[in-house]
Design a protein around this ligand. Structure first.
Ligand code: HEC
Ligand code: HEC
Ligand code: HEC
Length: 475
């Protein structure tokens, strides 16, 4: 790092002399250079560059992360300042073309596995800060990516992406609109461009381009469903308070609302938890401006009856007694060896399974623990809304997320529970705590199981990973 420091200072001074701006004030030069680097680092976080450009266990920004698409596996690039393997020789203009337009320095078209269709709105000022950071704040990785992208014909012909760009790429740079407040403009820029929420939350057409007019209205991401996040009066998040949306993005969980698992957990862990209070507030503000009136969407009833202090707790509540009685009946109907807690093979029936596998943390009556470390399931959005996907995925994959307020961990049950057992638990939970039984069957769980993978970023891609039906290869 020290070597870099010297290098960047020299470069900076030269740059300063050339423009004549800082030639007379090297002290100020350092301060503003550090500020520029810090801005670049912040933007890289907010844009989550590291998620795709670092392979599991590999060097930071060293590339080689394999992204599965229906056309084949696409490997990310080494974007460190290595002259030989990275972008060490790239000009700022070249860098800008890659990030905003999907054109590599040698004129090759990049696949939209690199989300340049979101980044296309980045301002020149932010591209500059990102460039300076990527060149001077990141350690060079002197290693080749180690894997080569080889797609099937005709996709191996990168020129095709030129056509895609011509059809779908919006090259408009972000600029505040005349009637827009500063906060709304910042929120729009963060949501649509930098933090690219639409990469996951916006549905795509058959060519994997974002559907116009459907921004953020909900889309599949591998086995997960990234829900509609409109928070205007008729949006599904209408009943969430501002602080709750902020807290969800920063910490990944909000009491009696929802927790961020899967790809959203990753977005919180690698990116959103680092955003400033102002930026989070701007995102929330912008989501409030998105309404669904006229779209036929039904406003979601606020349903917060058993809130905080008075929450029933422990094993003595009426709810717990009812679940316990159900579990006893199911166990009596399916007697068998029931050796240890981690072996659920002989357990049948949703209530009995819930009691054996889940109640130790979520409590028998689904009320969670008072400190909310183990969340209540009764009030959670995940049990409502009809789609069982995220509930099934959470059971299969568990939760492992570092939010701004610490770690949340729930074990993955993919090895321990069969498809039929998961169906039983989902039915039991939605009927008992969610108010209405979800329609789900074993074939659905089996299909989701095939999509259960840790490469969330990979699933989020416009390049078609939504159709993914095999485990992504890892280099
Ligand atoms: C969702 C995954 C993803 C994210 C997020 C992402 N990239 Fe990429 N990026 C890729 C992939 C995959 C490639 C290689 C695409 C190809 O080979 O066609 C790539 C290619 C590039 C290239 C071209 C390198 C070369 O040698 O041609 C640059 C530069 C780049 N990314 C910079 C960035 C920056 C800066 C960010 C954050 C602002 C970022 N990327 C965020 C997936 C991603
Ligand atoms: C990598 C994909 C991905 C990205 C990027 C992403 N999300 Fe999500 N988001 C999801 C998924 C999947 C869920 C459902 C998670 C769950 O239930 O555990 C979700 C859930 C949410 C929820 C909870 C909604 C509810 O009804 O429970 C909110 C709010 C949200 N996202 C906001 C955002 C915002 C704002 C951004 C951009 C700053 C963003 N997300 C970026 C995938 C993503
Ligand atoms: C060892 C404790 C533990 C066990 C056992 C456990 N969980 Fe969890 N569960 C957690 C934690 C911790 C979270 C995440 C809390 C957070 O994100 O802040 C969680 C989250 C969840 C969520 C997401 C809630 C939401 O609002 O989106 C669901 C659903 C869930 N668990 C269901 C289950 C089911 C079903 C079982 C049994 C098959 C189970 N859990 C077993 C600890 C546990």
């Amino acid at each position: 790092m020290r070597g870099y420091g010297l290098f960047r200072r020299c470069r900076f001074l030269l740059g300063g002399l050339a423009t004549g701006m800082f030639a007379a004030a090297p002290g100020a030069a350092h301060a503003s250079e550090d500020a520029l680097l810090a801005r670049g680092a912040y933007l890289a976080r907010a844009a989550d560059c590291v998620a795709c450009h670092t392979r599991p266990g590999g060097p930071v920004f060293g590339g080689g992360y394999g992204i599965q698409s229906p056309m084949g596996v696409i490997y990310s690039s080494n974007i460190t300042p290595s002259i030989r393997y990275g972008i060490g020789r790239w000009s700022e203009a070249g860098f800008a073309r890659a990030v905003r337009e999907g054109l590599s320095s040698d004129g090759r078209h990049l696949y939209p596995a690199m989300p340049y269709d979101s980044y296309s709105g980045l301002t020149d000022r932010d591209i500059h800060a990102l460039y300076i950071y990527m060149r001077q704040g990141v350690a060079a990785v002197e290693q080749p990516v180690g894997a080569e992208t080889r797609l099937r014909f005709p996709y191996n012909f990168r020129g095709l992406m030129g056509v895609w760009n011509w059809l779908f790429l919006d090259r408009t740079r972000f600029a505040p609109r005349p009637a827009e407040t500063e906060r709304a403009a910042r929120g729009r820029y963060l949501v649509e461009t930098i933090a690219h929420c639409g990469t996951c939350h916006t549905p795509r057409n058959f060519m994997m381009a974002a559907k116009r007019g459907k921004a953020l209205s909900g889309a599949r991401v591998g086995g997960w469903f990234a829900p509609d996040i409109a928070a205007g009066r008729n949006g599904p998040l209408a009943s969430w308070r501002d602080e709750e949306i902020d807290a969800y993005l920063r910490n990944g969980h909000v009491r009696d609302r929802a927790v961020a698992a899967g790809p959203m957990g990753e977005a919180v862990e690698h990116s959103l938890r680092y955003l400033t209070d102002d930026d989070l507030a701007a995102i929330t503000y912008y989501l409030r401006l998105i309404d669904r009136s006229g779209s036929g969407a039904i406003p979601v009833e606020p349903r917060r009856k058993t809130i905080s202090g008075e929450r029933e707790y422990g094993f003595s509540s009426a709810g717990s007694e009812a679940v316990l009685a159900m579990a006893r009946r199911e166990r009596a109907a399916n007697p068998g060896p029931y050796a240890d807690r981690r072996d659920y093979r002989s357990v049948a029936g949703g209530a009995a399974l819930y009691r054996a596998a889940c109640a130790s943390c979520h409590q028998l009556d689904g009320s969670g623990t008072q400190d909310d470390y183990y969340p209540a399931l009764r009030e959670s959005t995940i049990l409502r809304g009809g789609k069982p996907d995220n509930l099934v995925m959470t059971i299969l994959a568990g939760v492992h997320r570092n939010g701004a307020d610490g770690l949340a961990a729930m074990p993955a049950f993919r090895q321990d529970l069969s498809d039929a057992q998961i169906v039983a638990i989902v039915r039991f939970l939605s009927r008992t705590f969610g108010g209405r039984e979800m329609a789900v069957d074993s074939a659905q769980v089996a299909a989701l199981r095939r999509l259960d993978t840790a490469d969330f970023a990979a699933q989020a891609l416009p390049s078609g990973s939504r159709a993914l039906n095999t485990r992504p290869e890892r280099p």
